[in-house]
Ligand binder design. Structure first.
Ligand SMILES: C[S@@+](CC[C@H](N)C(=O)[O-])C[C@H]1O[C@@H](n2cnc3c(N)ncnc32)[C@H](O)[C@@H]1O
Length: 365
């Protein structure tokens, strides 16, 4: 089980508590070490390592600045020094640690850090208010006019927008090719991609089979981005677009299609919203239709590190996205599916980094 109780001493517990108390500081220190080029130079220096003086000369940053970052970097294990070689403090030689290597070179780590910095960091200081009010109070960082993050998304400052897209795409991009054969197994002629975002899966479907007619659904401004991408990819004849705010429970889905597809979509809604959407999918489905839900459920992960990242993405949903959505525990999601009178036919776990695929049909009872 992830997050099992650990038997630790009072001293260890106190130390762990300080790591949490200083976690935002450490986050910014490591980001600065990465973005100012310190980690990159230490990597290049290999087993020779570098002194603070050499780093500050190479990067044209003050000795004070480099030392401040390196000392914090030592405390969290991102940089190391050779304790066996005695040297005066000013002559200490620093190396990139294994953790530092991943901070610098691992795409997932880089993308998670950029998302947390550019999208979440400032707004998260209002997490407590967001939880008590059930409102995404941190969203105000990007303007007071937005009710949800998804309305704001196409209008965000470039760095925030690009970090969000990189975060969203990193996980779904690698899963799409792995589920394509399942979605296309029964040779569907009509597919709706609900919450299409930039239209990536719709385009992949069109590339895979020229006979499928695909409809993309998303919020109006977001759909503009998808339509442009579809036109650029040359699939305007095959892929149409339907702008809908699915929080409006009067809006219905196109009727009797072969496949209803939603990826990383239900996590954008509170459980009432999820049930409302699924009930409307049920109303639209024929007996032959299939609903595929691809989600990142934190209880269905092989590795505790994945569960850690997923549950710690939830404060973004609470404070920035809309105040009531989350990466669901699969039991909660499956309860919503059942409440909408849908039946799960098959669940496939461990797709790429962290996805599960739920294949559903109408339940007759
Ligand atoms: C997390 S993204 C997932 C994108 C894509 N399906 C994927 O797998 O990467 C969720 C998408 O749902 C859309 N969305 C969120 N709230 C919505 C709403 N109320 N009505 C319609 N679409 C919405 C967002 O604009 C966004 O494109």
């Amino acid at each position: 089980m992830p997050f099992d109780k650990k038997d630790i001493s009072a001293y260890e517990a106190m130390y762990e508590a300080q790591k949490i108390a200083y976690a935002p500081v450490i986050f910014q220190v490591v980001r600065a070490l990465r973005d100012l080029g310190v980690l990159g130079l230490l990597e290049q220096s290999g087993k020779t390592g570098m002194t603070a003086t050499a780093l500050c000369e190479a990067l044209e940053i003050s000795q004070y600045g480099v030392e401040t970052l390196l000392e914090s970097g030592l405390s969290c294990g991102v940089v190391e020094r050779d304790h066996n070689t005695p040297a005066a403090y000013k002559n200490w030689v620093y190396f990139l640690s294994k953790v530092g290597y991943y901070m610098l070179n691992d795409s997932m780590t880089r993308i998670n850090m950029d998302f947390n910095h550019h999208v979440c960091y400032h707004g998260l200081s209002d997490l407590d208010k967001s939880i008590t009010d059930g409102q995404p109070k941190g969203l105000a960082v990007f303007g007071e006019q937005w009710k949800t993050f998804y309305e704001a998304l196409p209008h965000l400052p470039e760095r925030a927008k690009n970090s969000w897209y990189a975060f969203d795409h990193f996980y779904s991009d690698s899963s799409y090719p792995l589920v394509l054969s399942i979605v296309l197994r029964d040779h569907p002629q009509t597919i709706v991609d609900i919450g299409t975002n930039t239209g990536k899966f719709a385009i992949l479907l069109a590339q895979s089979d020229p006979n499928i007619k695909i409809t993309m659904i998303d919020l109006p401004d977001q759909l503009g981005v998808a339509v442009q991408n579809v036109e650029t990819a040359g699939f305007a004849d095959q892929i149409s677009a339907n702008a809908m705010d699915l929080l409006d429970s009067d809006l219905k889905f196109p009727y009797g299609l072969d496949v209803y597809w939603m990826s990383q979509f239900l996590s954008c809604f509170g459980s009432e919203g999820v049930v409302s959407i699924l009930k409307r999918v049920f109303d639209a489905m024929s007996g032959e239709s299939r609903l595929f839900i691809m989600e990142t459920c934190w209880d269905r992960q092989k590795h505790e590190a994945a569960t850690f990242s997923l549950v710690n993405t939830n404060p973004y949903f609470a404070c920035i996205a809309n105040g009531n959505s989350k990466m669901y525990h699969s039991e909660e999601l499956l309860n919503c599916v059942a409440e909408a009178r849908l039946e799960v036919i098959e669940i496939k776990d461990y797709i790429s980094i962290c996805h599960s695929l739920f294949e559903c049909r109408r339940r007759y009872d």
